[in-house]
Design a protein around this ligand. Structure first.
Ligand code: SME
Length: 154
C-alpha cells in the first residue's frame, strides 16, 4: 500500500472507530469490532489481540485463520513486544529470532503493545503475506488506535 492509500485507510479506521466504539459494552465486544474494522480496511492476512493473563499472552478477538492460543512473555514477536513494552515492526518474519509461525503464509508482522495508565494489558498483532508491509506510518497510526481502546482485566 502506498503512503497516501495507507494514510487514507487509517483516516477511515479512526473515523469509523469513533462511531463504533461503545464504552458501555464489555471488552470483548470492543476488541471484536476493533479486529473486524482493521481487517476490513487494512486487509491483512491476520489481525488480532493477545491479552495478558499471568505469565502468558492469550488469544483474544481476531480475524483470519486460526492461531496459536498462548505465548509466554519474551517469546516470539508478541512476547518480545510485551517484554520491551514497545512496538515492533518485522519486515521478514523468517529472520526474527524466535518468531512463532502460526501460519506459513505470514511474511511480515507488526505488534503494538496495549498500554493504559502505564500498565500493559495485551498486544495487537497484524500479519501480512507481503514482505515489508509495515512501516512508521503503521506504528504511529496503530499506537493512536490502540490508545483509544478501553483497557480491561481478564
Ligand atoms: N507471530 C507471532 C505469533 C502470533 S501469530 O502471528 C497470529 C509471534 O511471533 O509472536
Amino acid at each position: 500500500m502506498n503512503p497516501n492509500s495507507k494514510l487514507n485507510a487509517y483516516t477511515e479506521i479512526h473515523t469509523k472507530w469513533s462511531v463504533l466504539q461503545d464504552p458501555q459494552s464489555p471488552w470483548y465486544s470492543d476488541l471484536s469490532n476493533a479486529s473486524a474494522l482493521l481487517y476490513q480496511v487494512l486487509k491483512p492476512w491476520w489481525v488480532g489481540f493477545y491479552l495478558i493473563e499471568g505469565a502468558n499472552l492469550h488469544l483474544g478477538p481476531f480475524q483470519g485463520p486460526t492461531a496459536c492460543t498462548r505465548i509466554p512473555e519474551g517469546k516470539g514477536v508478541c512476547g518480545t513486544a510485551w517484554l520491551k513494552r514497545e512496538s515492533i515492526v518485522v519486515p521478514n518474519v523468517h529472520e526474527f529470532p524466535g518468531h512463532i509461525a502460526c501460519s506459513d503464509q505470514s511474511n511480515s508482522e507488526i505488534v503494538i503493545p496495549l498500554i493504559s495508565s502505564g500498565e500493559i494489558w495485551g498486544v495487537l498483532d497484524i500479519d501480512s503475506v507481503h514482505y515489508d508491509a509495515f512501516d512508521a506510518i503503521d506504528v504511529i497510526e496503530l499506537e493512536k488506535f490502540c490508545a483509544s481502546l478501553n483497557p480491561h482485566k481478564l
